[in-house]
Design a binder for this molecule. Structure first.
Ligand code: NAP
Length: 420
């Protein structure tokens, strides 16, 4: 951004130097502390805010360009501007709602009501109709506020009806919309940098969305219009009458003493507890005793693609010990212990067996096939999708409840004591 602003000032000898430099300073003063302080687990909502600001800026510049070119604006420019404004304004409200859901400011449950599809698609149709009217009658500026209003409303209606668990994928799709919108504006302004940056953003957001939806075995249409995650009727109910067996770190240390093969399954809870370093210490300890240790990486473990890879790399876990889901799944039946560290949904067999579950169809890590499963988490509560996990109640499951970093630190101490 500094390069772009500097180049603009040099190239155009702008008279508005104060405005540009002032804007850059305000942006840096507000943005830098947010970027530095934001927890890694909150990156999805921070990204949603960036999209909201970016798309609003693009849409507002588009509106300014339209008014500036009046009354001689041509239909082609109007059509590109109308399209990018619809995308930009809907991305703005959609991203704000995604931020509010992920930050817990509003409930993550999808807002489902009768006629929801009619209301959403009707509003989109009204936004598109306003855009078409504007293209056919470029000087009828009264259509522009209608276009803006309908696009803003559609972004709101679209995202409030999507469950919180789908927000990261929605953010990737909105990212793509914001990029396409910016690229469109680049054509109108004849700004190649904006075209390239917008196209990069648009395509990378789309690819990210495809990766996420494939990993969850869901289509874009199902994510955007499926209203998945609302009923959560399994949560809580499934626990009635069932007892999970809880154990201490000392118990787990005893089991691990006899293990020859261990697979560590990290998830969102490892990120929250920042337990990756102690996980690595435990793995090192076990490997020092000749145990075969692998890490199983689910593509949507955590809150963004690659989340676990980044954390484990930070803890200096060698890359060759990270095993992708398809490669590691056949190994679980011959594994002595699977240690699940703050992962939940990505291990939940409901994805295989319960057709009415929001998780149904998502490929999972087959930890249930290991001889013993150790779950390290704070409670018997569900994960991001709100679905109870039957694995907690199986015979071969050891639940060790507590903060992952604390539990694993105690486990490491117990293992060292046992050796001594
Ligand atoms: P998860 O299902 O959200 O479960 C994480 C578990 O961590 C929770 O059940 C929680 O249980 C536990 N936990 C939280 N804080 C902890 C702490 N300090 N110490 C120990 N445990 C803690 O996570 P996941 O298995 O990684 O699955 C990811 C979910 O995010 C999936 O539903 C996936 O579809 C969704 N998602 C991910 C992406 C992505 O790109 N990664 C994108 C879209 C959606 P307690 O509260 O009992 O501790």
């Amino acid at each position: 951004m500094a390069l772009a602003i500097g180049a603009t000032l040099l190239a155009y000898q702008s008279r508005n130097t104060g405005l540009l430099v002032g804007g850059a300073v305000i942006g840096a003063v507000v943005g830098a502390p947010i970027g530095l302080r934001v927890a890694m687990t909150a990156v999805p909502q921070r990204t949603a805010m960036s999209h909201a600001f970016g798309s609003l800026a693009v849409a507002l510049v588009g509106a300014a360009e339209y008014y500036r070119d009046l009354p001689g604006i041509d239909p082609f420019t109007t059509s590109v501007l109308s399209g990018e404004m619809v995308l930009g304004f809907l991305t703005f409200t959609g991203s704000c709602i995604a931020f509010a859901k992920l930050q817990g400011l509003i409930p993550g449950k999808p807002l489902l009501y009768r006629g929801r599809m009619f209301a959403s698609l009707g509003t989109l149709a009204a936004a598109v109709a306003s855009a078409v009217y504007l293209v056919l009658n470029p000087t009828q500026e009264s259509a522009l506020p209608l276009l803006v209003g309908f696009a803003l409303l559609f972004g709101f209606l679209l995202v409030v009806a999507i469950g919180g668990a789908d927000m990261p994928a929605v953010i990737a799709i909105l990212n793509s919309f914001a990029g396409i919108s910016a690229a469109g504006l680049g054509f109108v302004l004849d700004n190649r940098l904006l075209i390239v940056a917008g196209a990069l953003d648009g395509s990378s957001g789309l690819i990210l969305g495809i990766i996420m939806s494939r990993a969850m075995n869901r289509s874009f249409a199902n994510i955007l219009f499926g209203g998945v995650g609302g009923a959560a009727k399994e949560a809580g109910v499934a626990q009635a009458g069932r007892v999970a067996q809880t154990y201490t770190p000392d118990d787990v240390a005893t089991v691990l003493r006899d293990a020859r093969s261990v697979i560590v399954v990290p998830g969102y809870g490892m990120a929250v507890a920042q337990a990756q370093h102690v996980v690595k210490e435990i793995a090192d300890f076990l490997q020092g005793r000749g145990v075969d240790v692998k890490y199983a990486i689910h593509p949507v473990a955590g809150r963004m693609p690659g989340h676990m890879n980044v954390l484990l790399a930070e803890a200096q876990v060698p890359y060759e010990q990270l095993w992708e889901m398809d490669r590691v799944n056949p190994l679980f039946p011959e594994t002595d212990v699977a240690i699940v560290v703050g992962a939940n949904d990505v291990t939940n067999p409901a994805a295989r067996t319960k057709a009415d579950s929001p998780l149904y169809g998502m490929p999972i890590l087959d930890v249930d096939k290991a001889r013993t499963v150790v779950f390290v988490k704070r409670s018997l509560g569900p994960g991001f999708s709100g679905v109870d996990n039957d694995l907690f109640y199986l015979q071969n499951t050891m639940m060790v409840l507590g903060d992952a970093k604390k539990v694993l630190t105690d486990l490491l101490a117990s293992m060292r004591n046992l050796r001594d």
